[in-house]
Write a protein that binds this ligand. Structure first.
Ligand code: NAP
Length: 252
């Protein structure tokens, strides 16, 4: 039987770690002994997460940055990589979701989703790869069920997540063609109980909470973190390219 990969001492960069799925992944990796740099805009939230990582006995470094600024995103990745002495793993979890329809959505909402979900992911990934070891590392993109089907009113958000799916597969093929063994994976969740859903449903109007709108138990961020740990600890010869995971009651 082949050996699974240990995360002890692995140098990880997690974007979108100030809340939700990115935060849960960063904390789970800290518990596994990884050294982690966390990126997002909200400094107080980042500090709270890095303190928890340090309490668990690992290294946690906060790097506040607005990833929609490509220059700042590149600087943040390079700062994080030099603080950790290189990078082994990149987790792209930063993302935004707004119900901005293709027939009536606001251009600023479209641009924000494109900037963060697509452009920032591409910029951060390209920069992070320059700090990976020659033997290869691991990139995990948090995509969405919306990268596999288009929900009503969520067409533009889905377009950004279809793009994440294309970038995940495109990068994997580019790296293999170059003889680089970096594994490139995505996770495609349905509804997860995070702040993103508050914003998503707020942009559709009305006062109902996400719980009332959805009406069934949501996935928890920690469950997504467990799946990321599973992908990262597979034997080096196995690559889990995508995981589709929904709340059991979510039909589509
Ligand atoms: P969340 O709690 O709102 O987290 C989003 C993260 O992205 C936050 O840490 C936020 O940090 C960061 N972010 C947003 N804009 C940023 C910017 N301009 N610069 C830097 N960081 C930025 O939502 P989440 O659900 O965990 O989302 C994580 C990923 O999961 C996203 O890619 C989302 O599309 C995906 N996803 C979520 C669900 C769901 O139902 N929740 C389902 C499928 C996929 P700051 O605000 O501090 O900058």
């Amino acid at each position: 039987m082949s050996e699974s990969t240990s995360l002890q001492g692995k140098r990880v960069l997690v974007t979108g770690a100030s809340s939700g799925i990115g935060r849960a992944i960063a904390l789970a990796l800290g518990e596994k002994g990884a050294e982690i740099a966390i990126l997002a805009r909200r400094e107080d939230r980042l500090r709270d997460v890095s303190e928890k990582i340090i309490e668990s006995g690992s290294k946690g470094i906060s790097v506040p940055v607005d990833l929609s600024d490509s220059g700042a995103a590149q600087d943040a990745v390079n700062f994080a990589a030099s603080a950790l002495g290189g990078l082994d793993i990149l987790i792209n979890a930063a993302g935004v979701a707004r119900q901005a329809g293709l027939s009536d959505g606001k251009i600023e909402d479209w641009r924000t989703m494109l900037d963060v979900n697509v452009f920032a992911l591409a910029v951060v990934t390209r920069e992070a790869l320059t700090h990976f070891p020659d033997q290869g590392g691991h990139v995990v993109n948090i995509s969405s069920m919306s990268g596999h089907r288009v929900p009503g009113k969520g067409g533009f958000y889905a377009a950004t997540k279809f793009a994440v799916r294309a970038m995940t597969e495109g990068l994997r093929q580019e790296l293999r063609a170059a003889g680089n063994q970096t594994r490139v994976c995505s996770i495609s969740p349905g509804f997860v109980d995070t702040e993103l859903l508050d914003e998503y449903f707020a942009t559709s109007g009305g006062d109902e909470s996400k719980y009332d709108k959805i009406g069934y138990p949501l996935l928890q961020p920690e469950e997504i973190a467990d799946l990321v740990i599973h992908q990262l600890t597979m034997p080096p010869t196995a690559e889990v390219t995508d995981i589709l995971v929904r709340p059991t009651a979510q039909a589509t």
